[in-house]
Design a protein around this ligand. Structure first.
Ligand SMILES: [Zn+2]
Length: 365
């Protein structure tokens, strides 16, 4: 488990390009030409234009500001890629040719929307590569490809964002969902880097990949407060990495479930919503279903599903997977690994108070 699904393409791209250090020379292994075909799929997103305006913001360049209240869970944007960028390759010339070819198939307005995008690599790369490196977003965290999304690219970063970007394979579009209520006049923000990084690492990552220093509310905390937050988040990440240990899930399920609960509480205390909450429910789901508890698995699946609907809508692959698990927890791949906690879905207790139900759910009673 990791916290990297919100990362933009630049980060992944940079990792694979580290060896070359430049944008056009010294590339050793050349990918096959057919890996670098850009496909033009202009988006049709006219249905969501009334929710915000793009305007110049003091000290932040252009940004997207809500023109009406945007309730939590709203799909703010669903944008098809203007260009599809192939799997990252060290053959920059080939990528450049593909981008060029893709651009030729676009209308003048679409071409203009590409060239209007930010480019923080002006000194080291051609405009085509610089704009692409600055703006491409991956198709999922393990995506082999990424795309250029001119509208989503206008949404600025915050380490404490109100919205989330997600590639939706079913739609072939990048979606932006508000996971907090956004008021009129408020800026729509997403996280370009993992908000669970500490202050120094976040600033470094943003500076390297996007060329700016973040001064969001988290980054503006007084030094002492910021350090305290960093150490709490570090503690949470350590617990989180323990949860990723499948052997421990099997040998110490109760300790794992307690850790998941501790993470859940820490997320609430830190005011971190977004995909982390959905993930911790999913972790808890895995622990209980691995030990045969279909009752708790159903409840955790429902909670993870509800969180994913807010973040991604009903039509994402992950939301649909969770829906199927809600309906039939025993369809989970880990079901049957152990029968230690075996019980049917009918064992979900009725008539409990919220606190009592939570105590049952997390086995804190
Ligand atoms: Zn920040």
């Amino acid at each position: 488990m990791g916290f990297d699904e919100g990362l933009v393409f630049e980060k992944r791209q940079r990792k694979t390009e580290e060896k070359s250090k430049s944008c056009g020379k010294d590339q050793n292994h050349v990918e096959k030409a057919n890996d670098t075909n850009a496909i033009v799929k202009p988006g049709n997103n006219n249905d969501d234009e009334q929710l915000y305006v793009v305007k110049r913001l003091r000290g932040r360049g252009m940004g997207c500001v809500a023109t009406s209240k945007i309730p939590r869970g709203t799909r703010i944007l669903a944008e098809a890629p203007l260009l599809i960028i192939p799997k990252v390759t060290t053959d920059i010339k080939a990528v450049e040719a593909v981008i060029m070819q893709g651009l030729k198939g676009l209308t003048r307005d679409q071409q203009r929307s590409f060239f209007e995008l930010a480019n923080i690599h002006k000194r080291s790369c051609s405009p085509l590569i610089g704009i692409t490196r600055t703006n491409a977003m991956p198709f999922g965290s393990a995506g082999e490809e990424g795309g250029i999304f001119p509208r989503a690219a206008r949404i600025n970063h915050s380490c404490n964002p109100n919205s989330q970007n997600r590639w939706n394979h079913n739609l072939g579009k990048l979606t932006i969902h508000a996971f907090k209520d956004i008021e009129v006049g408020e800026e729509i923000t997403i996280a370009y880097v993992d908000g669970a990084m500490n202050f120094g690492d976040r600033q470094l990552a943003l500076e390297e990949a996007f060329g700016f220093h973040c001064s969001c509310e988290l980054c503006s905390l007084p030094e002492e407060e910021s350090e305290k937050r960093d150490s709490r988040v570090q503690e949470m990440l350590q617990l989180d990495s323990l949860l990723g240990d499948g052997r421990r899930t099997m040998s110490k399920p109760l300790a794992c479930l307690r850790d998941a609960y501790t993470i859940f509480q820490m997320l609430n205390v830190e005011g971190i919503s977004g995909s982390r909450i959905a993930r911790v429910y999913n972790d808890a789901l895995q622990i209980v279903i691995a030990h045969g508890d279909q009752a708790r698995a159903k409840v955790f699946a429902e909670k993870a599903h509800a969180a994913r609907v807010i973040l991604e809508g009903e039509d994402s692959a992950e939301t649909m997977r969770l829906k199927a698990l809600m309906e039939k927890p025993s369809s989970h791949g880990l079901f049957g690994s152990s029968k230690t906690w075996a019980q049917p879905v009918t064992a979900i207790p009725q008539g409990l108070s919220e606190a009592e139900f939570d105590g049952w759910l997390w086995k804190r009673d």
